[in-house]
Design a protein around this ligand. Sequence first.
Ligand SMILES: NC(=O)c1ccc[n+]([C@@H]2O[C@H](COP(=O)([O-])OP(=O)(O)OC[C@H]3O[C@@H](n4cnc5c(N)ncnc54)[C@H](OP(=O)(O)O)[C@@H]3O)[C@@H](O)[C@H]2O)c1
Length: 360
Amino acid sequence: MDTFAFIIHPIDPKRDVSRKFPLLGRLLNEPMIHFLSAYFPPVYISEINGIVSQATGKEIKGWLVACPYTATRMLELPEQTVYRKIIQTGHLAEKLGANILGLGAYTSVVGDGGVTVARRLDIPVTSGDAYTVSIALQALRRAARQMGISLNDACAAVVGATGAIGRVCAEILSLQVAELYLVGRRREPLEALKDALMNGGSAARLHVSTELADLRQAQLIVTVTSSVQAVLQPEFLRSGSVICDVARPRDTSARVAAVRQDVLVIDGGVVDVPGQVDFHFDFGLPPGKAFACMAETMALALEGRFEDYTIGKDISRARVEEITAIAERHGFALSGLRSFERAIQPEYIARVRALAGIQD
Ligand SMILES: NC(=O)c1ccc[n+]([C@@H]2O[C@H](COP(=O)([O-])OP(=O)(O)OC[C@H]3O[C@@H](n4cnc5c(N)ncnc54)[C@H](OP(=O)(O)O)[C@@H]3O)[C@@H](O)[C@H]2O)c1
C-alpha cells in the first residue's frame, strides 16, 4: 500500500501538548512548554487509515509525526537548529515507511520552505501550500457569494502578500477582482510584487500598503502572515466584509469575533477527505476533515506522485491548478465554511448580513 506521513507541531502550546500528553499539558505552563520543546525528540503521534480515492478506489495509509518545537521557538531558534529537528522528524517518517512527507504549519514557513529539508531526506517532500491556496480562494469565493459580494467588482486585500502562500493568492486575485491591496510590513518587496503582477497582466487596480488600517477599504481579505500574534484587529475591518484566515496560529484577533459580528471571518484551508478517514488523533477538526496542506500530501500519495512537489517560497499558479485537479479527481473538496473552529450555519450568515445592513 502507498503511504505518506505528515509533520505537525504545537501551535497553541498548552492545548496541543495536552492532546498527546494530557498530564504534561496540565502540569506545564506556556513558557515552560516553549523552553522544553527545544529538548524534546520527534514524537510518533498516530496511524491514519481509511483514505480511499473516489476515482480509482486506491487506499493509502499514513502517519502523523510531530516536530516538538512550538511556532514561537521555530522563529527564535537558529534556522539550522530548526532544520535539524524537522529532518530528524522526517527520518522518523522514513523509518515508518512513508513514501512522501508533508510539512505542516511552521515546518514549511521556516527558512527556505522545505528545500533544505527535502535535500537532506531520502523521501520526497511537499509543503501543502499549493492546495492551501486553492482551498483558501475557493472558501473566499463561496463566502463572498453568501455575503452578496461580486468577486469581479470587489476590492480585495492580501495580508502577508509577499509570503509563499500570500504571493500566489495575490497573483490569482489580481486577475479576478477590481481592486487589490498588497499588505505587509516591508514596502520594497510589496512594490516588487506589484510590478510583477502588473507585468503578469493584472486586471485590478493595485495598491501597496504597510498600514493595516487600509484594510477598511477591502470587502474581501485573505490573511496569511507568519506572525505568532494576531494582526487583524476589529477597528481595521469594513462592515460586511469577508476575512479568510489561512494563518496558523490565526491572524484574526479573538476580539473580532467578540465585537465585530457584522463581518464574516472564515477559517481557510479545511477539506473533506474521501473515504472513511480515521486519524486516531484529535488535531482539532471534526471527523472526516483535514487541513488543505495535509490533503495535498494525501492526494499526491493517491496519485502515486512521489516527488518533491510544493517546496520553496515561489509557488506557481500552474502548480495550484494541477494539485486542484489531482485532489478533486480523488474526491477531496472544500468543506463547509467554518469560523473560529465552528461550522457556519445559514442563520449565522443571515445575522452577519443583517448587522452589516446587507439587503436580501
Ligand atoms: N491552513 C493551512 O492549511 C495552512 C497550510 C500551510 C501554511 N499555513 C499557514 O500560513 C501562514 C503563512 O505561511 P507561508 O508559508 O506563506 O509563510 P511565509 O512565506 O513566511 O510568509 C509570511 C508572510 O507574512 C508576513 N508577515 C509576517 N509577520 C507579519 C506581520 N506582523 N504583519 C504583516 N505581515 C507579516 C511576512 O512578511 P515579512 O517579509 O515582513 O516577514 C511574509 O510576507 C503560516 O501561519 C502557516 O502556518 C496554513
